[in-house]
Every structure is written in structure tokens, then in C-alpha cells.
Write a protein that binds this ligand. Structure first.
Ligand code: XMP
Length: 326
């Protein structure tokens, strides 16, 4: 249990002592951990920090702009925005297997980051938003998806090839402490209390082959769902449905079904909505969202997203279903 303002001062002093006048690079994803790490290190060493934000084209609506606005404009952090959408889409073309898609995205991510980092010849340190649960997890044996999560998230292998020392200022913190630290550093509440978002992003929420056309449709549908969750308050608890769920998102199903619009027939794609409640993400219940909320989301998606004519709600819990569809 830390006293946050004191903790910030201590952490800042420690980082300054550790890196001295060296330059540091950090892979900024827009997620809570890397964001808080970036804000903390920036407070400590200012312009000695450069963040590399690799945009794989599989982010949510306006996410890249938001990251650039908060870090680049509001906090004055050096951020390089690498729009690698074409490279990722090219590598993903024709691939339908979920784990292979993850590997492709993970590999390409490392490659793009490495190329960008290689340009910063003065960098001596690679900063990462590793938090205490990551440290414990890496120590234990992990299989399957967890390995994929690690390989993508921890930008594996980079320190060796780039000859950089590791700077991990959040290593001793739990998630709720990281959030508190983020607020103390001036990060916006909605960023610090965001639902988790997988490293491969929409790449695992577009079932089967990933196409930019699908990603564009999914982004719009997902944004409507999230907006309505944030705007809907549960009377009993006074909380928004966004805060009452642990993770919520839309999934793109590459199948077409028939619908009607005006006096015409449509033949368009399907979107599934997923919302879960969980404390540890190992097991999860599907969220019993109010029908009125689901109705609003459905009608907005079908009316506002041309190309989607059907919305379904996922009522599967984990296990046996997983939270993500891939
Ligand atoms: P599942 O689908 O396994 O998801 O029930 C559990 C949690 O892990 C997240 N997840 C991922 N995170 N890379 C990530 O960084 C991945 O490949 C990945 N796959 C699943 C998922 O969003 C949920 O929070």
C-alpha cells in the first residue's frame, strides 16, 4: 500500500538515478500499463524519453488520434506514430487460423518496433510497462493463448538484439496501483479505467481472414456499443454499464444474412456483441445487460453502419466459451 504522491516522487528519483542522462525508448500501445509507464518516465526524464506507437490498423475507432492527443499534445511526450496498417494487412492476407494470426501480428509488431527503435541510435534503455502480475506469470509455466499473449505483449527478444537495458518502473505494482499512479500523473480517468484490449486488437475480433473493409465496419459498430454502455446508468448501483462490465466489444462475423431496408432487400454482414463480468478473466459470466440498452445498440448499429444488417448478443460464459471469439 503506497501513498501515491510520495510514490511518484520516489519512482521519479529512482528512474533519474537509473538512467542518468541516457535516452530511453518505450513501446506505447495506448493500454493502461504502457501509458502509465510513459507518463511516469516522462515526468522523470522529459525529452530523454521517446515513445514509439505502432499502429497495426487493428485499433478501435479514433484510438490512434486519442493516444497522440493525450501524449503528444497534452503531456508533451515525444511520440512517434508509425502507421503500419498496410504492412500488417499485407502479412495477414489469406490467413484464417487464430493462433497464426496472433503470431503474424506479434512478429510484425516486433519488426516494426525494432526498425523504429534502430533509428534512435542514442537510446540505451528500453522501457516496458511490465507490472507485478506479469512478473509472476512469466515465472510460472504457461501454455496456449497465454504464451501468445506474452510473446506479443512483452515485445520479446528486443533487448538482446537492440542492446538495450530494460527499464521497468511498474514491476512492483498491482493493476489497481498502476491505475492510481496513472491518475496521480494526470492521465484521464477514462484511459486509466479502460477495459483491457488484446494486443492483436481487432485482428482476433474479425473471425477468419482480416480485411481492412471488415475492420472499418467493426470499428464503427464497436464504438456505438461502447458509447451506449458509457451512457447507460444502472439505477440500482448508479454505475454505468461500462463500469459494470469487465470487458465489452463487438465481433465481426464474415457471414451474410438477408434483411430488408425500405422496399429493398439487403444481404449484409453480422456483428456479435460480447459483454462479460469477471474478476480474473479466467472465468467470466456473460453480462445481463438491460434489453432496452441492447435494443438501442442494435438499432443504432443497423441504421448507422452500412454493411451490417444483423446484430446478435453472445450469451456464453467462460468456460467453456472464451471471452474473445478467437
Ligand atoms: P480469453 O479469450 O482467453 O481472454 O477468454 C482472456 C483475456 O485475455 C485477453 N486476450 C489477449 N490479450 N493478446 C492479449 O494481449 C492476446 O492474444 C489475447 N487473447 C485474449 C482477452 O481480451 C481477455 O481479456
Amino acid at each position: 500500500d503506497w501513498n501515491m504522491p510520495d510514490y511518484v516522487e520516489e519512482a521519479v528519483a529512482r528512474i533519474r538515478e537509473q538512467v542518468g542522462t541516457d535516452d530511453v525508448i518505450l513501446g506505447l500501445s495506448g493500454g493502461v500499463d504502457s501509458s502509465v509507464a510513459a507518463a511516469l518516465i516522462h515526468k522523470a526524464i522529459g525529452d530523454q524519453l521517446t515513445c514509439v506507437f505502432v499502429d497495426h490498423g487493428l485499433l478501435r475507432l479514433n484510438e490512434a488520434e486519442q493516444v497522440m492527443t493525450i501524449f503528444g499534445e497534452h503531456l508533451g511526450v515525444n511520440v512517434i506514430h508509425v502507421d503500419a496498417t498496410d504492412a500488417f494487412m499485407g502479412k495477414l492476407a489469406g490467413e484464417t487460423d487464430p493462433e497464426k494470426k496472433r503470431k503474424i501480428i506479434g512478429r510484425e509488431f516486433v519488426e516494426v518496433f525494432q526498425e523504429e527503435a534502430g533509428k534512435r541510435k542514442s537510446a540505451r534503455w528500453l522501457a516496458q510497462g511490465t507490472i507485478y502480475p506479469d512478473v509472476i506469470e512469466s515465472a510460472g509455466a504457461k501454455t496456449g493463448k497465454a504464451v501468445a499473449i506474452k510473446s506479443h505483449h512483452n515485445v520479446g527478444g528486443l533487448p538482446d538484439t537492440l542492446n538495450l537495458q530494460l527499464l521497468e518502473p511498474l514491476r512492483e505494482l498491482f493493476k489497481d496501483e498502476v491505475r492510481e499512479l496513472g491518475l496521480a500523473l494526470g492521465l484521464p480517468h477514462h484511459m486509466v479505467y479502460r477495459h483491457p484490449f488484446p494486443g492483436p486488437g481487432l485482428g482476433v475480433r474479425i473471425l477468419g481472414e482480416v480485411k481492412k473493409e471488415y475492420a472499418d465496419l467493426l470499428r464503427k459498430a464497436d464504438a456505438i456499443f461502447i458509447e451506449e454502455l458509457r451512457n447507460a446508468t444502472d439505477e440500482e448501483t448508479g454505475k454505468t454499464w461500462y463500469d459494470l462490465t469487465s470487458q465489452a466489444f463487438a465481433v465481426f462475423l464474415p457471414v451474410k444474412s438477408v434483411g430488408v431496408m425500405g422496399d429493398g432487400r439487403t444481404y449484409d454482414y453480422v456483428v456479435a456483441l460480447r459483454a462479460v463480468q469477471t474478476s480474473d478473466f479466467m472465468t467470466a459470466d456473460w453480462a445481463q445487460l438491460p434489453y432496452s440498452l441492447l435494443a438501442r445498440v442494435s438499432s443504432r448499429i443497423i441504421n448507422e453502419v452500412r454493411g451490417i444488417n444483423r446484430v446478435v448478443y453472445d450469451v456464453s460464459s467462460k468456460p467453456p466459451a472464451t471471452i474473445e471469439w478467437e
